[in-house]
Write a protein that binds this ligand. Structure first.
Ligand SMILES: NC(=O)c1ccc[n+]([C@@H]2O[C@H](COP(=O)([O-])OP(=O)(O)OC[C@H]3O[C@@H](n4cnc5c(N)ncnc54)[C@H](O)[C@@H]3O)[C@@H](O)[C@H]2O)c1
Length: 373
């Protein structure tokens, strides 16, 4: 017997996950939900789904076991808590939470962790970088001790605002829908840090202790502005972290950069290093370097998912499998809430540091999961 799962949020990203959840052999019943009836009707027709709900409130009143939340980023945390309070396991798209006020976001992290702890529901963050091949490969190598001691890392998420493949002006206008107004322009790059931080935190098995960060303001910028709802003038932000294992990490979130979109990292150890760059991945030691073919890197997946891994470096199928099997077997998913806040909090505090021209600031940590979770 599999789990009964509902997916809320059938916008640009959420609809990519419907077929994957539906085809998982341990999902026995699939429901969908969107406040936009047109989007729901189209997805219901495409995937032959009869169980449709007009709102998350309605879905929370059903006997579904789990809800995948792929709504606008500023809704995730409150909706996740609502669903867990209603007795549902939760999959949340990244970031864990989002908004202009860093202190309010950290306070939401507190409440989210407390809600998981108190309700005992399963919570997983759908961070795509966790299951990119580069990250899986380096986690394996780190577990084997092949890096020696990890000493330094560089990670980045570059997504130019005017990208021809995913124009951020259009992405944000679409997300706000009829609530769009010109003051909503911009956003805060460092409040979306998880594609970069997930690699460092999950491979090093360490968290960020403190940060010093700087922001770059593009001359005459018409999108990132202090006058906007986000109150942020920086299109690019750079953070330097001290990690709990003693390593140093440099993290770039760039939204003003003449470069194709890129999520990548380099990781340096005392015995070996990993260099991920657009021309290919390399493994280096004192003796020299070798090019890496990462196409065979992966984990076992059930047949329908293994045939089409989905987007973001083939990570979608792994995310679906990790969450469904965690729910079906009542185990802690690898990207549990204590891990999720370790990806997010460094970026939130980095932005606070950047607004204070690099003042070093401590980064809060919520600890490891309690034993037995
Ligand atoms: N690599 C990645 O991990 C990645 C990539 C893209 C997007 N995302 C995340 O995915 C999420 C969705 O992004 P998107 O671009 O698809 O947004 P979107 O605005 O296109 O879709 C969100 C949908 O949620 C629906 N919704 C909102 N509140 C609802 C409610 N209470 N009940 C029912 N439906 C509700 C909206 O009507 C909308 O259709 C974002 O949070 C984003 O951060 C992650």
């Amino acid at each position: 017997m599999g789990i009964a799962l509902g997916l809320v949020g059938l916008g640009q990203f959420g609809r990519e996950f419907v077929g994957l959840f539906q085809s998982h052999p341990e999902v026995s019943r699939m429901a969908i939900c969107d406040v936009r009836a047109d989007r729901m009707a189209a997805v219901a027709r495409q995937h032959g789904i009869a169980e449709c709900y007009a709102s998350l409130d309605e879905m929370c009143r059903t006997d579904l076991d789990a809800i995948a939340i792929i709504t606008q980023p500023w809704l995730h945390a409150e909706q996740a808590m609502q669903a867990m309070e209603a007795g549902k396991h939760v999959y949340s798209a990244v970031p864990t939470t989002y908004g202009p006020d860093g202190n309010a976001l950290l306070e939401q992290c507190d409440r989210l962790v407390e809600t998981v702890r108190r309700t005992g529901q399963i919570y997983m963050l759908g961070e795509t970088t966790f299951f990119r091949r580069e990250t899986m490969f380096c986690r394996q190598r780190a577990a084997q001790g092949a890096f020696g001691a990890l000493t330094y890392g560089e990670c980045e998420y570059w997504h130019d605002t005017d990208s021809p493949t995913s124009n951020l002006r259009e992405v944000w206008r679409n997300r706000w829908g009829d609530r769009w107004s010109d003051d909503k322009r911009g956003c805060i790059p460092m409040h979306y840090p998880t594609h970069a931080t997930a690699s460092m935190v999950s491979i090093m098995q360490a968290h960020v202790l403190s940060v010093s960060a700087l922001g770059y303001r593009m001359p005459g910028d018409d999108w990132y502005s202090e006058e906007s709802y986000w109150g942020n003038p920086y299109g690019n932000e750079v953070a330097l972290y001290r990690m709990s294992n003693g390593a140093i990490v440099r993290h770039c979130e760039f939204r003003r950069i003449g470069h194709p979109e890129r999520e990548s990292f380099r990781l340096f150890g005392t015995e070996a290093s990993f260099i991920g760059d657009p021309s290919g991945a390399r493994w280096t030691t004192r003796q020299g370097w070798e090019s890496l073919d990462l196409s065979g890197v992966g984990e076992p997946l059930p047949a329908p998912l293994a045939e089409d891994l989905g987007g973001h470096g083939g990570s979608h199928a792994y995310l679906v499998h990790e969450f469904v099997t965690a729910c079906a077997r009542q185990r802690l998913p690898r990207i549990h809430v204590w891990e999720a806040v370790r990806y997010l909090a460094p970026g939130i505090v980095a932005h606070q540091s950047a607004l204070r021209d690099g003042e070093p600031l401590p980064v809060p940590d919520w600890g490891d999961p309690p034993m037995g979770r």
